[in-house]
Write a protein that binds this ligand. Structure first.
Ligand SMILES: NC(=O)c1ccc[n+]([C@@H]2O[C@H](COP(=O)([O-])OP(=O)(O)OC[C@H]3O[C@@H](n4cnc5c(N)ncnc54)[C@H](O)[C@@H]3O)[C@@H](O)[C@H]2O)c1
Length: 451
């Protein structure tokens, strides 16, 4: 579809309008003006809950499907995305899945960098599914407007972003808002059951942990292919957004974007966050102008306050040994956290406990079932602080691998390195741009400064 068409109204906009961003300021004022911003949203059991989706890509659309599949009256009333083609694709798919619950006419479709404010204003529950670089400003706004939130992980890409989320998390608790972060292992019965046993001391004291996200890697959107598809040159801002995985301000690098899941599981097992870390990494195979500025592997040794280590590996390289898993070694037994099995290493790895069920639970659905249940029945549920601190753990790991230095939690979380562009507009320049050969600067351990 033609991205130069504006889906916030019926009239097509010019390319110039598109570049100036397609946010409709007048509409924002109208919608926000009539709203009690700090309303402490709290639904009675059978009230209809209105949902807004911000970031209508793969996961955001999946989250909307799950939210619309919860018990009780729900309606998707607004959608926002920077790109009209992404919004339309998502809308059409959601209509096929939930026609009666999808009520998003053109005037409630918001395109551009500011559209999230209008969409949030129209909803009781907000689903945040953009690349994580935008999560802090979107979460902050949702909390400011007093809305319940489902937000995907990670929740930021730099320390100023994490601090913004932590501040909004505090505010969300004061407002009794319910917040779920898409670290869905917390909603997966196998993990929940093994964690109970780890916390109850079944494996003894934890001595060490290891966690991996070693896989082939993810999609790449090449500039040439995008320009061919859209029939026009892309500004640097549009290119980076359409190929967001490879830019640190948008994804955090894969140690944050994906590996946060595994790092978070170890933090959960330990009931703590590391105090320092050191590590190494680089881009050995995934090089060239299509791959922006991120590494293809990181290996980090995190240390908790009591000296326990967590060894973290993540790799995006084809043709290698793969594993997405977490383990904790205790003084008595070893817990395969991802496999939900506890073994005795001194007795031929005999299984001493294993999670079994005949009724598998989809953790992505469980996140939404529990969120909507908590809203309807005023049950405590707020994942924001843990989401922010586990995200910070990944960012601290990246600071260590990019710089080659030992990084402490204090230095990491107090860092003033702000990766966000000074201005969000299609013709604005991101902080990292390619050189004359189209190559982006990649961190050099020993030289790059990260805090
Ligand atoms: N929990 C999980 O298992 C899981 C799985 C996949 C993705 N995710 C997370 O979900 C998030 C989105 O990933 P995805 O795979 O859906 O990506 P995606 O590219 O498919 O979707 C992102 C969408 O956000 C839109 N967008 C970008 N910037 C925006 C802005 N400023 N305002 C509004 N819309 C904006 C994009 O146009 C796109 O439609 C990421 O944080 C990712 O880590 C989580």
């Amino acid at each position: 579809m033609n991205p130069d068409k504006n889906t916030t109204g019926t009239a097509p906009v010019t390319r110039r309008d598109f570049l100036r961003t397609t946010s409709t300021a007048a509409a924002t004022t109208a919608v926000l003006g009539g709203l009690a911003i700090e309303r402490f949203a709290h639904a009675a059991g059978d009230d209809e809950l209105k949902i807004a989706l911000i970031g209508c890509g793969g996961r955001g659309s999946g989250a909307a499907n799950q939210a619309l599949s919860t018990k009780g009256k729900v309606r998707l009333v607004a959608m926002a995305d920077v790109f009209p083609d992404r919004l339309q694709e998502s809308l059409q798919n959601l209509k096929k899945q939930h026609s009666a619950k999808v009520d998003v006419p053109p005037e409630r479709q918001f395109v551009g960098f500011d559209g999230y404010k209008q969409a949030i204003a129209l909803a009781d529950v907000v689903l945040l599914g953009t690349p994580p670089g935008f999560r802090p400003i979107h979460f902050e706004e949702a909390v400011r407007q007093g809305k319940h939130v489902f937000m995907e992980k990670p929740v930021a890409c730099d320390a100023p972003g994490v601090r913004k989320v932590l501040a909004a998390a505090e505010e969300s608790k004061k407002k009794n808002l319910k917040v779920v972060v898409g670290l869905q292992r917390h909603y997966q019965p196998g993990y929940i059951e093994i964690m109970k046993r780890v916390h109850d001391g079944m494996i003894g004291e934890i001595l060490a942990m290891r966690c991996y996200w070693n896989e082939a890697g993810v999609w790449v959107n090449r500039r040439e292919d995008l320009e061919k598809k859209y029939g026009r040159p892309l500004t640097e801002m549009e290119y980076q957004l359409r190929n967001w995985y490879y830019f640190v301000w948008l994804s955090g690098d894969h140690i944050v974007e994906q590996h946060v899941h595994n790092i978070d599981v170890c933090n959960w097992a330990k009931n703590a966050y590391p105090v320092r870390c050191q590590g190494m990494g680089g881009h050995e195979v995934r090089r060239g102008k299509d791959y922006g500025e991120i590494f293809d592997h990181h290996a980090v040794e995190f240390e908790y306050a009591d000296g326990v280590r967590m060894f973290s590996f993540c790799r995006h390289i084809r043709g290698c040994w793969n594993s997405v898993s977490e383990h904790a070694v205790g003084t008595k037994y070893v817990a395969d956290l991802s496999g939900a099995v506890i073994r005795d290493p001194r007795d031929k790895n005999k299984i001493v406990w294993r999670y079994k069920t005949d009724v598998p639970v989809d953790p992505y659905q469980a996140e939404h079932d529990q969120l909507f249940d908590a809203i309807r029945n005023d049950k405590p549920l707020n994942d924001a602080e843990n989401g922010a601190k586990s995200t910070m753990t990944g960012i601290m790991g990246r600071m260590a691998t990019y710089s080659g230095q030992m990084i402490t939690w204090e230095d990491a979380i107090e860092s003033e390195v702000n990766l966000m562009p000074d201005k969000l507009a299609w013709d604005a320049t991101p902080k990292v741009v390619p050189d004359k050969d189209g190559l982006y600067p990649v961190a050099v351990p020993g030289k790059t400064v990260t805090v």
